[in-house]
Design a protein around this ligand. Structure first.
Ligand SMILES: [Ca+2]
Ligand SMILES: [Ca+2]
Length: 206
């Protein structure tokens, strides 16, 4: 009898457990579904924020580039006007070449490599952010720097430790490297066979 009671009790318990499990299952599924939905919503929200941040960053970058371009163009126009007041027009070659060929390019365009005989002209050229050959060399006599019009360069704007003739290398032609921090120290002597853009000038009235 006791065994029968135990059997009955045991069967009852198993049946209850099955009922409990069966009754809890739909709720658990629903809870899991809600959690997945929340996770998806959070992920989508974060993705949206990231995309918004990228879009905002691109807008700021684009606006800055447009402003920089506009300001640079305005500055160049202003500097070109200044040069016209000096009676000169400055222009550059499109490709790099050796000093002689760069000079030839300027001359074929009705000008010559630029000569810089004043602090004002040096400063304006630097503000134009120019880099390239200028009309200055000591090819005919080492250490005697002369302009393309054969006059001696009395006022010079060499960079630090320039001209250095680089020891064994013969550096007889001058290059202008514009500088933000010191506009009056921009000239470097280079080998005349090295290649740079030409900085040319010609009369504004041509
Ligand atoms: Ca030299
Ligand atoms: Ca040098």
């Amino acid at each position: 009898m006791i065994m029968m009671d135990n059997d009955i009790y045991g069967n009852t318990t198993t049946s209850d457990q099955k009922m409990t499990t069966a009754s809890q299952h739909p709720g658990a599924k629903q809870g899991e579904g809600i959690r997945r939905y929340r996770r998806a919503a959070v992920c989508l929200g974060l993705l949206g924020l990231v995309l918004l941040g990228i879009a905002a960053g691109l807008c700021v970058k684009y606006r800055t580039e447009i402003l920089d371009k506009y300001m640079l163009e305005a500055k160049v126009t202003q500097l070109e006007k200044q040069f016209q007041e000096f009676n000169y027009r400055i222009f550059q070659s499109a490709t790099e070449d050796v000093w002689n060929m760069s000079r030839k390019y300027c001359r074929e365009k009705g000008g010559d490599l630029v000569m810089i005989k004043s602090k004002e002209k040096q400063t304006v050229l630097n503000e134009m952010r120019l880099n390239g050959w200028i009309g200055l060399s000591d090819e005919s006599e080492e250490g005697n720097w002369t302009w393309v019009d054969t006059t001696t360069a009395n006022q010079t704007f060499w960079g630090k430790r320039q001209p250095d003739d680089s020891g064994s290398v013969d550096e007889d032609c001058a290059v202008f490297h514009s500088k933000d921090d010191d506009p009056l120290l921009t000239w470097h002597d280079h080998e005349c066979s090295s290649k740079h853009l030409a900085i040319c000038e010609k009369s504004a009235f041509q």
